[in-house]
Design a protein around this ligand. Structure first.
Ligand SMILES: Nc1ncnc2c1ncn2[C@@H]1O[C@H](COP(=O)(O)OP(=O)(O)OP(=O)(O)O)[C@@H](O)[C@H]1O
Ligand SMILES: [Ca+2]
Length: 887
């Protein structure tokens, strides 16, 4: 169908052509049939990189090049076993890297599926949310502000629709749309009666008939994928990449120098010398490190997803751990978004309402607690009619639970109307002003017994202005509003305006004056209990929490105080921000925690100011106009439930449950992942350091090599791949969440860490030298090699338990929490026994099946390393603390 010019047809013709109905949509049989005929509504997957290319890519690494060069050299020296083992290591390393990368990719893929695009369609007379890949030609799609257009549509109904078509045309300004047919030669950018798959609705709403799906859509023909695949490399991994390159250069230079020194000082035979230098090179390369780091990140993303925080990019996992301020919406994030109207005030009377939740059971009582007859209360009756009419929500029973579809603020008004003892009418709306958080009200034009009027509901302060109240009247309403807001209730005002009979369209200009207030409704929205705890956690962790809400300042403050966000009375309104200079906002934002009546632009001002103050900010948002602030924030957080597609796309993280505590949990997870990445590096590098020292010492002293290249490779692989993996499962250290966030510019390897790596390398290397040259001097090389290998492995095994805790080792429950640490320790010991006593393996590695008493040495080296490093940690922390105190 792709060559059909749908825009040249009237929408009635399109309707006939596609055998559908604008009123009822397709029925399920038709949908099933068309799915078979046209296939799913998706673009072909991106040209997949073949698996073998992905595998070969693993070898495209300078460290591996060095290994391969070593293999070539050993081959020409006739050391075929060495060649084979070096090649084997390169291959094993490639396989591991490949498997890890596929795993990470799968995890991201799964998470992407969790974010699949939904679309609202009309099917069999019912509105329904469906996965957008299920959409077929002829479907009637309903678009709202913030939606992503799921297929190419021919519009037949629109209200102020504006669409951003940059994915298609490259133009970032929004295009206005209409529904009439167009000339055949209209270019793509001007086909205003169509909307195209992949573009987004920036404002307004519309309905259209699906004319093209999948590959036949315009975007499908351009063949650009809708979701670009995220890069797997994160800033941290890039940092380690660079680090790897630096190390390689250092190693190569060292190797050359050593080779020359060896020739000059000891006049070794050059072949033998070359072998030793190769040992050094191989020893110093941390082959397994990159793979381990990737898997730690991928596991982190996975565990965040399990906790309802869906990360859209891998680097954000690291950024999360550095967050210093969280800016949150109020409604639905800090509160439950379960609205109940508890009171109504009109010009003359005040009423209370019984019942909780959306269940339409309860009574409207007067001041004497007597059920009122709504038929006799004119203002109340009209208020209920207006509230029910200018309303797009619905309540329905699901099991024994009453639920709301649409905006809960509107749903509770339906429930209120249902509690009336007389039937409240829903009038037909002839023209409407949809709700927009910029304007904070919503209105509809209705006609009742030949009288035209506008019903309006929205923020009281806005409606007061429109009503042009006298000072006495204003004082009356302000007091009624304030009474309720101070209790944390959300107050909504309802009003009307009579208009001339000729009016058939309304806009914002028509409601700026002449409104008659019918009354106010006081709505409770209880805070989420778990948020109180989450906010305490933030405060302890040095993370500031700011409430940025569209609600009234007294309501905002009451809720903020209840949740513990602030204990002061400071609150700033959006319009006050508009008056301030950037400098002033920067200092204000450090002092005020509650911002009320804000517009989406205010959010952008606030993130900007926070960032200029050096903060790393997380910012929540749900609407289209929140997108700029979400993009600007270091971690944009979109709501999974009430958020729009545009908001999700602009953000780094999506909250599956819209809950503030989920953000805090994600930050905690971010800190854990970052700590474990650091610990892994701290753990792995001393293996290489110690080996390099041993090889260098042997060369310089002119003694026999303590390990063969094969043995060195074995040690590197076994420590990196088995023991280090345990660190991925290390729980968050106690006390991490009572420390301030890390400096975002902090280097992965702090000077202290560099010291620690050198210290432990020297410790292990020194201990082994002492055994070889002192205690067991004169023993045959097979014994010595075997004991050296076991000593290295045992030293690292014990060292793992040093690294698990930043401060000092203790036998708390956390120690036992990481089952993986014990599992790998057990496995490692079994491995060591196998390679020593199974003849086939010990031959391959060149090990000697040592007598039992020799095991004393490796165990003592391990224990010694453990104790000394613990002492070093203890002293260092004392010293560091002193330095800090003095500062
Ligand atoms: N459906 C609605 N119809 C009319 N007015 C509304 C509606 N929803 C909200 N309002 C009014 O607009 C104000 C701002 O609403 P908005 O959705 O921007 O923020 P919010 O939901 O109150 O708070 P938050 O930004 O914390 O989620 C509300 O305080 C209310 O007075
Ligand atoms: Ca909001």
């Amino acid at each position: 169908m792709a060559d059909k010019k749908w825009f040249t047809l009237s929408h009635e013709e399109v309707e006939r052509e596609l055998e559908t109905s604008k009123q009822t949509g397709l029925n399920s049989e038709a949908v099933d049939k068309r799915k078979e005929e046209y296939g799913l509504n998706k673009l072909p997957e991106d040209e997949q990189t073949p698996e073998w290319v992905k595998f070969l890519k693993q070898f495209n690494d300078i460290l591996i090049y060095i290994l391969l060069a070593a293999a070539v050299v050993t081959f020409f020296l006739g050391q075929y076993i060495d060649t084979a083992v070096i090649l084997l290591v390169a291959v094993v390393n490639g396989v591991i890297g490949y498997v890890q990368e596929s795993k990470a990719e799968k995890a991201l893929e799964g998470i992407k599926n969790m974010l699949s695009l939904e679309a609202m369609v009309l099917r069999g007379e019912q509105k329904a949310e469906v996965d957008s890949i299920e959409i077929v030609p002829g479907d009637i799609v309903i678009l709202n502000s913030g939606d992503k257009v799921p297929a190419d549509l021919r519009l037949f109904e629109e209200h102020k629709l504006k669409v951003e078509e940059s994915p298609l045309t490259g133009e970032s300004t929004s295009v206005e749309k209409q529904t009439d047919k167009l000339d055949e030669d209209t270019p793509l950018g001007d086909r205003t009666n169509m909307v195209f798959s992949g573009t987004t609705v920036s404002s307004g709403k519309a309905r259209g008939i699906v004319v093209e799906t999948g590959e036949s859509t315009e975007i499908g023909q351009i063949n650009r994928s809708m979701n670009e695949v995220e890069e797997i490399k994160t800033p941290l991994l890039k940092q380690t990449d660079k680090f790897g390159k630096t190390i390689s250069v250092v190693i190569l230079v060292l190797a050359v120098l050593l080779f020359i020194a060896g020739l000059l000082i000891h006049d070794y035979e050059w072949g033998e010398l070359l072998l030793s230098v190769i040992s050094l090179t191989v020893a110093s390369i941390p082959e397994g490190l990159p793979a381990i780091l990737t898997i730690i990140l991928a596991l982190g993303v996975q565990s965040m997803a399990d906790k309802h925080a869906i990360m859209r990019t891998l680097p954000s996992v690291e950024t999360l751990g550095a967050v210093t301020v969280i800016c949150s919406d109020k409604t639905g994030t800090l509160t439950k978004n379960e609205m109940t109207v508890q009171s109504v005030v009109t010009r003359e009377k005040a009423y209370t309402v019984t019942g909780l939740g959306y269940e339409p059971e309860g009574k409207i009582l007067d001041e004497k607690e007597k059920a009122v007859d709504v038929a006799e209360e004119n203002d109340l009756k009209e208020l209920l009619t207006a509230a029910k009419t200018v309303n797009e929500a619905d309540i329905y029973k699901k099991g024994d639970q009453w639920e709301v579809s649409g905006d809960p603020t509107e749903g509770c008004l339906i429930t209120l109307a249902e509690k009336s003892n007389v039937d409240i009418e829903t009038l037909a709306i002839q023209s409407k002003i949809p709700f927009d958080s910029e304007y904070k009200y919503m209105a509809g034009l209705v006609e009742e017994s030949n009288l035209k009027k506008i019903y309006i509901k929205g923020a009281p302060d806005r409606l007061f202005d429109m009503a042009g109240l006298g000072s006495e009247e204003r004082a009356y309403w302000e007091e009624k509003m304030s009474e309720r807001s101070k209790k944390g209730e959300r107050v909504l005002a309802v009003g009307l305006k009579e208009v001339s009979e000729a009016t058939d369209r309304i806009g914002h200009d028509d409601v700026q004056s002449g409104i008659t207030l019918l009354g106010l409704t006081g709505i409770i929205d209880p805070p989420r209990e778990e948020v109180i705890e989450a906010i305490k956690v933030c405060k302890e962790a040095g993370i500031q929490v700011k409430m940025i809400t569209g609600d009234h300042k007294e309501t905002a403050l009451a809720i903020a105080r209840e949740l513990g966000i602030t204990d002061q009375d400071k609150v700033t309104e959006g319009r006050e921000l508009d008056e301030l200079s950037e400098e002033e906002i920067r200092s204000l934002v450090e002092e005020v925690d509650v911002f009320a009546r804000t517009s989406p632009q205010n959010k952008l001002q606030l993130v900007g100011a926070l960032q200029n103050n050096g903060h790393v900010s997380a910012m929540t948002g749900d609407g289209v106009n929140d997108a700029p602030a979400l993009k600007r924030a270091d971690i944009g957080v979109a709501m999974g439930i009430k958020g729009t597609e545009v908001a999700k796309e602009a953000s780094e993280m999506v909250l599956a449950d819209d809950d503030f505590s989920t953000i805090v949990n994600a930050v905690r997870e971010g800190r854990r992942v970052y700590d474990n990445l650091k610990k892994t590096i701290l753990f792995i590098l001393p293996t290489n350091g110690a080996e390099a020292l041993l090889v260098m010492a042997a060369l310089m002293l002119g003694i026999e090599m303590p390990l063969t290249p094969v043995q060195i490779l074995y040690v590197n692989m076994i420590t990196a791949v088995t023991i280090a993996l345990a660190l991925a499962f290390e729980p968050l250290e106690k006390g991490t969440m009572s420390k301030p966030p890390r400096d975002p510019d902090e280097r992965l390897l702090s000077p202290y860490y560099v010291f620690r790596i050198i210290f432990v390398s020297v410790l292990i290397g020194g201990a082994i030298m002492w055994i070889n040259q002192g205690l067991l001097a004169g023993y045959d090389s097979q014994h010595l090699n075997t004991i050296t290998l076991h000593s290295l492995v045992f030293a690292q095994l014990f060292h793992l338990f040093n690294v698990r805790n930043e401060r000092h080792f203790s036998l708390n429950d956390q120690f036992f929490d990481n089952k993986a640490a014990f599992l790998v320790s057990g496995l490692l010991i079994v491995f060591q026994l196998l390679v020593t006593y199974v003849p086939f393996l010990s031959n391959a590695l060149g090990l000697y099946p040592i007598e039992l008493n020799y095991w004393v040495y490796p165990v003592l080296v391990g224990l010694g390393v453990f104790v000394i490093v613990e002492i070093e940690k203890f002293i260092t922390h004392k010293v560091l603390k002193k330095i800090k105190v003095r500062e």
